[in-house]
Design a protein around this ligand. Structure first.
Ligand code: PAF
Length: 285
C-alpha cells in the first residue's frame, strides 16, 4: 500500500493505477477506522481494480472545537487495517494543503445542508461537501463509498455529485453493527462503559419503529414511541429525531396521523455524556 502524505504523491499513485488500466474506488475517512470502514473498502475492492482511501480529520465540519480536538486519532492502527483489507494507496494530507492560505471556495447543497441534522449542526454539511469535493478532485475516482449510517451526509454527497456533474458513482453501504446492535462509529471508543451500554437504545428505538411501521402505526405514533424509548434511558439525551422521505429528505407527503403509507427514513441523534451519536434506518410500511 502506498502511503501518500501530499497531493502530488497521491496524484502520482492514481496516475500509475490509471496507466495500468485500472478503475478506482475511493473511501474517504477521518481515521479511527473500524469494521464499518472496512466494509466500505471491501465494497470498493469488489467493484474496482484499485482502492484509494483518505484519512483526514476535516476541521471545517466540526462546530465545536473540543469535538475536533478529542476526535480519536489512531493512524498506525488505521494503516495496518487498510493494508490488511487490500487498500492500494492512502492519502493522509496536511490541513494546510487541503485548505491553502487564502482558500475561500465552499461547496454547499442549499436545502439539504440546513435541514434535519444540519439545523442543529450549522455549517457541518458545508464542511463535508467542501472537503469531499476537494478529495474527489485530488483522487478523481470512478466511484466513492459512504456508510448509510450517516444518511443525510450520503444524500448531500449524492446530490452534490449529481448537481455538479462530477461523474462519480456514489455508493451507499449498509451500516455495520456491533453484536448488541450499536451502529459502528469512530466515536464509540470515547463512550465510557455505562454510556456504551446505554447507546444500544438507538438501535432498540429503530427496531421498535420498524415493528410499528409493519403494524401500520402512524408517523406521529412512531415518533412518539421513539421519544418514549429514548426517555426511558436516563443516560441518553435526544438531540434530533426526523422522519423524512428517503433520498431527498423532504417532509413526508402523508398526514402524520394516518397509518404510514410511504417509505420513511428515520434519523436519530442523541448525546451520551460528551459523545454525540447518530443512527438511522429506512423503513417501508
Ligand atoms: O464520514 C466521514 O468520515 C466524513 O464526514 C468524511 C466523508 C470523510 C468527510 O470528512
Amino acid at each position: 500500500m502506498q502511503i501518500c502524505r501530499s497531493i502530488a504523491a497521491i496524484r502520482d499513485a492514481v496516475a500509475g493505477f490509471r496507466a495500468e488500466g485500472q478503475s478506482i474506488g475511493l473511501v474517504t475517512t477521518m481515521g479511527a477506522l473500524h469494521a464499518g470502514h472496512m466494509s466500505l473498502i471491501d465494497a470498493a475492492r469488489r467493484d474496482h481494480g484499485r482502492v484509494v482511501a483518505t484519512i483526514f480529520v476535516n476541521p471545517t465540519q466540526f462546530g465545536d472545537p473540543k469535538d475536533l480536538e478529542t476526535y480519536p486519532r489512531t493512524e498506525e492502527a488505521d494503516l495496518a487495517m487498510l493494508e490488511a483489507a487490500g487498500c492500494d494507496a492512502v492519502l493522509i494530507p496536511r490541513a494546510d494543503e487541503i485548505y491553502p492560505e487564502g482558500d475561500e471556495t465552499i461547496v454547499e447543497t442549499r436545502d439539504l445542508a440546513v435541514r434535519l441534522h444540519g439545523a442543529v449542526r450549522p455549517g457541518h454539511f458545508r464542511g463535508v461537501a467542501t472537503v469531499v469535493t476537494k478529495l474527489f478532485n485530488i483522487t478523481r475516482p470512478d466511484a466513492a463509498y459512504f456508510g448509510e449510517k450517516d444518511y443525510q451526509q450520503l444524500q448531500v454527497i449524492r446530490r452534490m455529485a449529481r448537481d455538479l456533474h462530477m461523474n462519480i458513482d456514489i455508493v451507499g453501504v449498509p451500516t455495520m453493527r456491533e453484536a448488541d446492535g450499536l451502529a459502528m462509529s469512530s466515536r464509540n471508543v470515547r463512550l465510557g462503559p455505562e454510556d456504551r451500554a446505554a447507546a444500544v437504545v438507538l438501535n432498540r428505538a429503530l427496531d421498535r419503529a420498524e415493528r410499528m411501521a409493519i403494524e401500520r402505526a402512524s408517523p406521529a405514533q412512531i415518533e412518539a414511541a421513539i421519544r418514549a424509548c429514548l426517555a426511558d434511558e436516563p443516560r441518553a439525551t435526544l438531540t434530533g429525531l426526523d422522519l423524512a422521505r428517503p433520498g431527498d429528505l423532504a417532509p413526508l407527503s402523508q398526514s402524520a396521523d394516518i397509518p404510514l403509507s410511504e417509505p420513511v427514513a428515520i434519523m436519530i441523534s442523541a448525546q451520551f455524556g460528551e459523545v454525540l451519536l447518530i443512527d438511522q434506518r429506512e423503513i417501508a410500511p
